[in-house]
Design a protein around this ligand. Structure first.
Ligand SMILES: [Zn+2]
Length: 457
């Protein structure tokens, strides 16, 4: 009888302070031993010489649209794409599923769907919408990792934006429950009125769309959310910040004691508004892509340590919803979760010299710490054996046929990335290997194991 289930030999493990070559052993889904020259026997030995071992990434922001809009994506296809991209867990947004996740019943429907077909582990956010603040407690009882609210109009009428009072009272409730609130921060009055003016005068090009969502709309909403969080004592997380100035507002608030963090997304770190013009509606998102100077200032904020994590905001749709030239009518979401780690390795590590341990923190450990997933996001004895084996120097061009999404659309197609995921393991089980999905769905629900830690990031 072998001592361990698996031993991974000779890879470079990415830890908190850097990387080191070591062997490690897995038993019952956990990392149980790490040693430069590990003895013992295992059911399976993996030769990882020449490869880097990342803690499996946690995509903190995904829309897989199930139940209700499975034709847009679904857990089966979405999680295969994640596994191919080196991700071992994800956090699912309450909207774009139908019904949206705003009560126990909708939570249970989503849980049943994920149990049936998710290849990797998952956590769910509940929604804050007008009228459901009293229901947040039951969502907390279900095990949600936090609550999501929209400050701008959403793309799906079944999930309404939170007015200021709903957001303020939602934050009060969330603070009492010890769970964070996540906001889509864009000023609704500004974006709605600029949209109305453009559409009513048939100005619907990409530049008209960009003009309808100015940077000030993001900055104002971030400031307002920070004010509410400070007043209520709520932990706040700003999703998909598209500008360095937005990140700077978050950093300044944290410095004065507000418990606020933020994320940005691979598309804001790789693509500009010129790419949006060249690529068309496949690159439409909200907030929109920005000029190059904003992209560079986001990278500066990452190097300063002011960005908590990088998440995909994978928000797919059927191709017909991206058809046509009308930028206001097209679905506002980018499919990108499969490329998240690739973008960070190519743009971050290879092109800008961002240390690998920083990339691991942005994609794994910081997320696990923020949401209280104590056994996730780290290569340590006792942690879940969630890992991605990466050939850091291998280059590949992303082709349409490589995408595992339900609909093979992504603005990253045609790009060349340096750094290829060779193998992905979830709790010690190989789910992706050499370009193929090799496991049945084994994903499990993650629930916060402790109340949020204030000011960790
Ligand atoms: Zn989103």
């Amino acid at each position: 009888m072998a001592e361990y289930d698996s031993i991974i030999r000779g890879g470079r493990l990415i830890g908190i302070d850097g990387s080191e070559e070591a062997d490690f052993a897995i038993a019952d889904g956990k990392i149980v031993a790490i040693d430069p020259d590990l003895g013992g026997t295992a059911g399976e030995e993996v030769d990882a010489r020449g490869l880097y071992i990342f803690p499996g990434a946690i995509d903190a922001h995904a829309h897989f649209n199930e139940p209700g809009r499975t034709r847009w994506e679904g857990f089966a296809t979405g999680t295969r794409a994640l596994a191919a991209g080196g991700m071992t867990s994800f956090m699912e947004m309450p909207l774009n599923a139908h019904p949206p996740t705003c009560d126990t019943q909708s939570f249970n429907l989503k849980l049943a769907a994920a149990r049936a077909s998710s290849l990797v582990d998952y956590a769910f956010y509940g929604g804050i919408v007008p009228g459901n603040v009293d229901g947040l407690e039951e969502l907390a009882g279900c095990g949600v990792a936090g609550f999501k609210a929209f400050m701008s109009t959403t793309g799906t009428p079944d999930f309404q934006a939170a007015d200021d009072l709903t957001l303020y009272e939602g934050m009060q409730k969330a603070a009492n429950l010890g769970l964070p609130v996540l906001v889509h921060a864009e000023n609704r009055t500004i974006t709605d009125e600029l949209t109305r003016r453009a559409v009513s005068t048939l100005r619907t090009s990409v530049r008209d769309y960009l003009d309808s969502r100015p940077v000030v709309a993001e900055l104002e909403a971030i400031n307002r959310a920070i004010l509410f969080a400070g007043e209520t004592g709520c932990s706040l997380h700003i999703v998909h910040v598209s500008t360095g100035r937005g990140v700077a507002l978050v950093a300044a608030a944290r410095a004065r004691g507000v418990d606020v963090t933020c994320e940005t997304c691979p598309h804001y770190l790789l693509l500009t508004e010129d790419d949006m013009e060249a690529l068309g509606t496949v690159a439409k998102c909200a907030p929109p892509l920005r000029p190059r100077r904003e992209l560079e200032s986001l990278w500066e904020q990452i190097f300063e340590g002011n960005v908590g994590f990088v998440a995909s905001d994978h928000s797919p749709c059927p191709p017909e919803m991206k058809a046509g030239e009308d930028f206001f009518r097209a679905w506002g979401g980018i499919s990108g979760c499969q490329s998240l780690l690739n973008v960070m390795l190519d743009e971050g590590y290879h092109k800008r010299g961002l240390p690998l341990e920083e990339i691991a923190a942005l994609m794994s450990r910081n997320v696990a710490d923020r949401f209280g997933f104590l056994e996730k996001g780290r290569l340590e004895v006792g942690a879940d054996a969630d890992i991605a084996l990466v050939d850091l120097d291998a280059s590949f061009g992303l082709r349409t046929r490589d995408l595992l999404y339900r609909h093979r659309l992504s603005p990253f197609v045609g790009r060349t990335f340096r750094g290829r995921v060779v193998r992905t393991m979830v709790r010690g089980m190989t789910v992706f290997q050499e370009g193929r999905i090799v496991s049945a769905p084994i994903g499990r629900l993650l629930t916060p194991q402790k109340k949020i830690a204030k000011g960790k990031l």
